[in-house]
Design a protein around this ligand. Structure first.
Ligand code: NAP
Length: 313
């Protein structure tokens, strides 16, 4: 594994982390993913991303159980404001009044007395102007309950405003070969200048960039395929074939090529592919240390369909 600074937070993270978004949802129980998480830790992964809402708290609980007694060896990022009270039923609450209670509940589920990176989970714009909320976040840093805080969203312009107005130091952004709208201005422009910690979520475009999706897998009732719609799904499969010849190479799977493309951007601190199985985890972790050649980068930049592409989550 290779490690990078999380911007100027003073925290170091493995360049490949683990997205724990699906844990506790559908058939992805904590027991099912436990071997993959344990394997990741053994292979040197130190960065694990979760949220209060994932699996109605089950994702945080799974990490709490796993790292109990060795908490100091991992960096845990969690999120607040996105509340899932029952499966599939989400609501948003970024009120300053709720922050302390939400943070304490996350700390209990994570079986820890601090969270390394505490992120606003896709907030509405109004939350960014709520002085009371950021006073409480600053106070939580002073108290040692969180080491730093940040924003998880899908918009580089909003990320810039968040950094202008707050002491937040990390941005978790949807950034992958099929989601590039913030690449020039934010990932290449602002992120290195501002020395922020940049966390790339959805790095495989939900699995598409593994090159393993087809008409038959995942099935039409898969949550992602249903969300994208069949017409868009078939266009996405066509795009996959445009990038496959560059990403896939002898000794390099397509998923590894897609992660290496992200890691070829110096401002990226860590990429967090979603955990689903030990086999896929192992494939992804082998991308540590891989970079694309300048020729590969140029070849991908020259694909006209990728110019300013931004396929939604
Ligand atoms: N609003 C937010 O803050 C937000 C939103 C979205 C995501 N996130 C974060 O980002 C993380 C990752 O997002 P994501 O899981 O949606 O997208 P992703 O990482 O792009 O895709 C993950 C999916 O791709 C498939 N996959 C992974 N590695 C593979 C491999 N080597 N070969 C073949 N297939 C592979 C798996 O699906 P199958 O096994 O089902 O094929 C896996 O569930 C989340 O866990 C979460 O931490 C945050």
């Amino acid at each position: 594994m290779q490690y990078r600074p999380l911007g100027n937070t003073g925290i170091t993270v493995s360049e490949i982390g683990v997205g724990c978004g699906g844990i506790g949802e559908g058939c992805l129980t904590a027991d099912v993913v436990q071997p993959a998480l344990e394997y990741a830790f053994e292979q040197g992964v130190t960065f694990f991303d979760t949220a209060e809402g994932y699996g109605c708290g089950e994702s945080e609980r799974a990490l709490g159980r796993l790292f109990s007694g060795r908490r100091d060896q991992v960096v845990i990022a969690s999120k607040f404001g996105g509340v899932q009270l029952s499966p599939g039923s989400w609501s948003k609450d970024f009120s300053a009044a709720r922050l302390e209670e939400a943070l304490d509940a996350s700390l209990r589920r994570l079986e820890t007395d601090y969270i390394d990176v505490y992120q606003l989970h896709t907030p509405k714009e109004a939350a960014l102007s709520d002085c009371a909320l950021f006073e409480k976040l600053d106070r939580a840093v002073e108290q040692g309950k969180i080491r730093c805080y940040g924003l998880s969203n899908d918009d580089g312009a909003q990320a810039g405003r968040f950094l202008d107005r707050t002491r937040g130091r990390t941005i978790q952004l949807t950034f992958n070969l099929f989601s590039q709208k913030d690449r020039q201005e934010f990932v290449i422009g602002q992120a290195p200048k501002r020395r922020i910690g940049l966390i790339c979520k959805v790095p495989l475009s939900g699995g598409l960039l593994s090159g393993r999706f087809s008409d038959r897998y995942p099935p039409p009732d898969d949550e992602r395929r249903a969300r994208w719609g069949e017409e868009s799904y078939s266009e996405r499969l066509t795009l996959v074939e445009r990038v496959r010849p560059v990403l896939e190479a002898p000794g390099r799977s397509m998923a590894q090529g897609a992660l290496a493309w992200l890691l070829s951007h110096e401002s990226v601190s860590t990429v967090i592919p979603g955990v689903s199985s030990l086999e896929k985890m192992s494939d992804n972790l082998a991308a540590a240390g891989m970079r694309l050649t300048p020729d590969d980068m140029t070849a991908l930049d020259a694909i006209p369909e990728l110019a300013d592409i931004h396929l939604g989550w």
